[in-house]
Write a protein that binds this ligand. Structure first.
Ligand code: PLP
Length: 395
């Protein structure tokens, strides 16, 4: 008898997030984890946000608990467009929508753009959550290698000309996982390639506002004057990831398609949260809060780099970031970061082995360290433990 298949074919390409699995391991007592990508919880603006919540319920009343439009709450869009424009991301409310975190924006982009077998040009490594989101649409990855200046344009160009991607997806500033920022020159080369090869670019930018050193590099969106670039960002790293509020800035026809997809997915963004975030921003807290977190992250990144220089054996390269939340390290070619992860966990310290960020499973000797979610003492002790593990492996 013909047996009916239980799951849809696309489930084959959907994988559990290795990071979420690792996070479970890191809950064991005494563990120092550099594995997650969590903001510092002690810096969450609890007082200002609770005042904003109270104001929302008192001032906005029932509207804060009612259904609302899919595109998002108008006054917050107005505020955010003004704020983003000052940062070089020009937009007006018709060019903007809110999503449930920027992760949902990636899923919606997948829904509206991809047919099975479509190709997507990405940096190698790239954001794991994007791989997860796009896998559901059964895409093929064209992964272009990076160096410390970002994606290498010549290789990307060869790949794109030969394999014709439907879309390009990039995290050009303080990338997750590598912390690397694409230089201005390479941004311009990428935009030229996208223009010539007629593919839109998704610029995923949760981190550029967390710069603690160096000069700001204009966003792809800014350089392209908004043309053909879908700009995705989020309040997750600026305020709190738990509120699940992301946003997209794109040309109006793209916003219309994404809004249709969002309507089918979950009707609308959370009314209460959008309004609370509006009151929070309106009162001036966003601009006050960002320098506070950025300064704290600068200190932690410095502490981690200092400890790396002191405790890691020679032969391990780590990229010093100018912002964001991550430090990327490359071990000597023959060493597997995944294998050493098990050793590291025995020593009560965790990181993420870099191979999970490579769509084709390469990068075996790379790893990602998060510096925002640990204290100075944890950073020093954890890096010392890792140094011991690496030294033993390198002997
Ligand atoms: C590059 C990148 N994009 C998107 C996200 C998703 O963030 P959220 O859904 O919380 O906005 C993250 C989270 O770590 C990220 O690093």
């Amino acid at each position: 008898m013909h047996k009916r298949r239980r799951w849809a074919g696309r489930m084959k390409s959907m994988r559990r997030s290795t990071i979420r699995e690792i996070l479970k391991l890191t809950k064991q007592p005494g563990m120092i984890s550099f594995a997650g990508g969590l903001p510092a919880p002690e810096l969450f603006p609890l007082k200002a946000f609770s005042e904003a919540m109270e104001k929302t319920l008192q001032q906005d009343g029932a509207a804060a608990l009612q259904y609302d439009v899919t595109e998002g709450y108008g006054p917050l869009k107005e505020f955010l467009c003004g704020w983003l424009s000052k940062q070089g991301v020009a937009c007006n409310p018709e060019n903007m929508m809110f999503t449930s975190g920027s992760q949902q924006a990636l899923d919606l982009i997948g829904r509206v753009f991809f047919d099975p077998g479509d190709r997507i040009l990405v940096e190698n490594p790239t954001y794991l959550g994007a791989i997860q989101a796009f896998n559901a649409y059964e895409v093929e990855y064209l992964s272009a290698p990076m160096d410390e200046h970002g994606m290498i344009p010549d290789v990307a160009s060869r790949l794109a000309k030969k394999r014709r991607p439907k879309i390009g997806y990039f995290v050009p500033t303080f990338q997750n996982p590598s912390g690397i920022t694409m230089t201005l020159e390479r941004r311009l080369a990428l935009l030229k390639l996208a223009r010539e090869q007629h593919f839109p670019i998704v610029e995923d930018d949760p981190y550029s506002y967390l710069r603690f050193r160096g000069e700001r590099v204009p966003s792809l969106h800014q350089l392209a004057k908004g043309k053909n670039v879908i700009y995705v960002s989020t309040f997750s790293k600026l305020l709190s990831p738990g509120i699940r509020l992301g946003f997209v800035v794109a040309e109006p026809d793209i916003i219309t398609s994404l809004v249709l997809a969002k309507q089918a997915a979950d009707l609308q963004p959370n009314s209460l949260i959008q309004r609370a975030v509006y009151h929070y921003c309106e009162a001036g807290h966003l601009d006050l809060h960002i320098p506070t977190i950025t300064e704290a992250y600068r200190v932690r990144a410095n502490q981690m780099m200092t400890a790396i220089r002191e405790f890691f054996p020679p032969g391990i390269r780590c990229v010093e970031p100018e912002g964001g939340m991550f430090i990327w390290c490359t071990l000597p070619a023959k060493i597997s970061a995944m294998r050493l992860f098990k050793e590291a966990v025995k020593h009560n310290v965790a990181y993420v082995a870099g191979t999970v960020f490579h769509p084709h499973g390469d990068g075996r000797n790379t790893l990602r360290l998060n510096f925002t979610n640990s204290t100075a003492e944890q950073i020093r002790t954890g890096i010392q433990r890792l140094g011991d593990v690496f030294r033993e492996a390198l002997v």
